[in-house]
Design a protein around this ligand. Sequence first.
Ligand code: FE2
Length: 213
Amino acid sequence: MKYILDRGYAYEILEWAYKKNPGPWYKHSINVAKATEQIILELKKCGHTLDVNLAYNAALLHDVGRFKGFTKSVVHSYDGYMYMNDLGYLGNAIICVTHSFPCKNNNIESAADWSLVPVHMKKLLVKILDNNFEYDLYNKVITLCDALADAEGFTILEKRLISVGLRHGTNLNTTSHWKGFYEIKSELEGLIGRSIYSLLPGIENSIYKKIDY
Ligand SMILES: [Fe+2]
C-alpha cells in the first residue's frame, strides 16, 4: 500500500486543495497532523514499528477531499479517496475514508444524509470499508486525532464532538459514533500507558475557549 512519505509534497497538495476551497479545515488538518506525530512518536518509544512521516502526511491529507467545496461528510471522504488514489497513493486514499468511521461496527448506511449520496459513491465507500474492516495503528491514530484538533489547536474529545454535533446535527447513530472514538482512545492509551491528552501541549486551554456551533 503506497503512502506519501515526503512532507514537502504532502504540503504542496494541501496548499493546492486549500486554494480551491479556503476554510478552517486547512488549519485543522495541520493540527491533526501534529497530534498524530506526537502519538506515533510515543507508540514508537513503546516498541511499535511505525513511520512518522507516513502518519504525519496521511493525517495532513485526511480531509483533502474538501478541495471540492462544502459537501456532506461522506462525500468529502469519497472525493479525497478518488483524488489520492488517482495520484497513486492508495494508503492515503483509504485514510480519507476510514477517518470518518470511528466505529467499525457502525452500519455505513446510517451515516448522516446517506440517502443523498449518489449510488456509485455508496458502492465504493461500502467496498473500501469492507476491505479495511480491521484498522491498523495509522488509521486508529488519525481517526482519533481528527476529533482532538480543530483550527485553533488541540482540544478534548468531548468539546470537539459536541461542536461537530451542534454544527452538523446528530442522529440515532451518533452515540455509537462517539463510542468509537472513546474505544480507540482507550486502546491507544493502553498501548502507551498514559493519557493521550498528556502528549498534546496546550490541550488544557481548549476548555477555556468558546465552543464553535
Ligand atoms: Fe478532519
